[in-house]
Design a protein around this ligand. Structure first.
Ligand SMILES: O=C(O)CCC(=O)C(=O)O
Ligand SMILES: [Fe+2]
Length: 391
């Protein structure tokens, strides 16, 4: 990672920090507590399959019809599948193959060289259980990477900054000789989902009765962290249960950004929290992406769009691979309630936050010492080890 062109980092804004740490934890707790109430029904809950092919039509009416379906999904479960999205099968298969290759073909010392403890933004390789969203021992192995102009089919606008406002390159890639063709396949996939995400954002704008291009200027050099995730199968099959005994792949959480595009292999594992507190196991739909609303859209809409709590548990006999792409905005964007999402006299539930700093603090909260922590940074007299959790 080059550090020579570093800008002076901006200090986290106190409100953003507070919201990312305490606001997010309070939201998670309130969702889990509300779900434990017995008078809540799941009648409204559905995860629809939306064919978005009409949204590529020159007719505004066609695009609005797709947006109306998106609006309904966002105000109920916050999750939906999309088909007719135009990302070719070979590109989708290609990235899942790369996830498998990364996990099984790259030697341990090459993975160690990419360990995210060397990275301030949570990028690179993380062994099982190095980070934890909610304190569980998470059974997952991950490779994380972020936006860089080379991955953007538009070439970007040259203004991309890291989560903290610095501009050096944060991504840590395996060397091509160690995993030939890896970067090219990642680039092809990333470019395709980035283009799709920009298209979806226009549909989200329409769904909120905003001008279709409302968010365009916020996504000229957007944040877009993606992960290659591997969830090994459990030794014993695990029934769906509220028990804390089960082997969690990824703990209960909401996503941080605008919305997430998830591609996964055929082994189910994603579980979505229903209002009643039961978990809905998302089924595998070949060729579809799962889209979910994340915190920024929840905050912009004052909660009308649901940033729904979800987790991953592999209950199958096969490995699960997945590739979430967390679509954000340019990281210096301030996210605050849209005036059109406040009725007369209605107050904003959430305070304005700065996008990049909010995400960074959510990431920092997944390890005891925050991102980029290395043992030599700590006074040995004070003790401590990396890889243990905050909560
Ligand atoms: O692996 C999955 O299916 C979902 C992953 C996820 O929710 C996340 O990384 O935020
Ligand atoms: Fe997630």
């Amino acid at each position: 990672m080059a550090t020579d062109t570093r800008d002076a980092p901006r200090l986290p804004d106190a409100t953003t920090y507070e919201e990312a740490r305490n606001g997010a934890a309070a939201y998670l707790q309130s969702r889990l507590a509300a779900a434990a109430k017995h008078d809540v029904t799941d009648n409204e809950f559905e995860v629809p399959v939306i064919d978005i092919s009409p949204s590529f039509s020159p007719s505004l009416e066609d695009r609005q019809a797709v947006a109306a379906r998106i609006q309904k999904a966002c105000t109920t479960s916050g999750f939906f599948y999309i088909t007719g999205h135009g990302v070719p099968q070979n590109v989708r298969d290609g990235i899942l193959q790369q996830a498998e290759r990364f996990m099984h073909e790259l030697s341990m010392d090459k993975k160690e060289a990419l360990h995210l403890k060397k990275n301030k933004f949570g990028l690179g390789w993380e062994p099982s259980n190095y980070t934890s969203i909610a304190g569980d021992e998470e059974q997952k192995e991950v490779f994380n990477f972020a936006y860089e102009a080379e991955l953007d089919p538009t070439g970007g606008d040259g203004l991309y900054r890291n989560l903290d406002g610095t501009k050096y390159k944060g991504n840590m890639w395996p060397k091509d000789e160690d995993l030939p063709g890896f970067y090219d396949a990642v680039k092809e996939y990333y470019g395709a989902v980035l283009g799709l995400a920009r298209h979806l954002f226009r549909l989200f704008a329409l769904s909120l009765n905003l001008p279709e291009t409302y968010f365009d200027s916020m996504t000229t050099h957007p944040g877009g962290i993606a992960r290659l995730l591997y969830y090994p199968p459990p030794k014993n099959p695990q029934p769906v249960s509220p028990s804390s005994e089960e082997l969690i792949g990824l703990g209960a959480h909401s996503d941080y950004e605008c919305f997430t595009l998830l591609l996964a292999s055929s082994t189910p594992g994603l579980e979505i929290l229903k209002p009643s507190g039961r978990w809905h196991v998302a089924s595998y739909i070949p060729g579809a992406f799962i889209i979910n609303v994340a915190d920024f859209l929840m905050r912009w809409t004052n909660g009308r769009y649901k940033s729904t709590v979800h987790r991953v548990v592999n209950r199958g006999t096969e490995a699960r691979y997945s590739v979430p792409f967390f679509f954000s905005v340019n990281y210096d964007t301030v996210i605050e309630t849209l005036p059109t999402c406040l009725k007369e006299g209605e107050e904003s539930t959430w305070k304005p936050i700065r996008a990049g700093e909010y995400i960074l603090e959510r990431l920092n909260a997944t390890t005891q010492y925050g991102m980029g922590f290395q043992e030599q940074d700590v006074d040995p007299k004070l003790g401590g080890q990396s890889g243990t959790h905050l909560q």
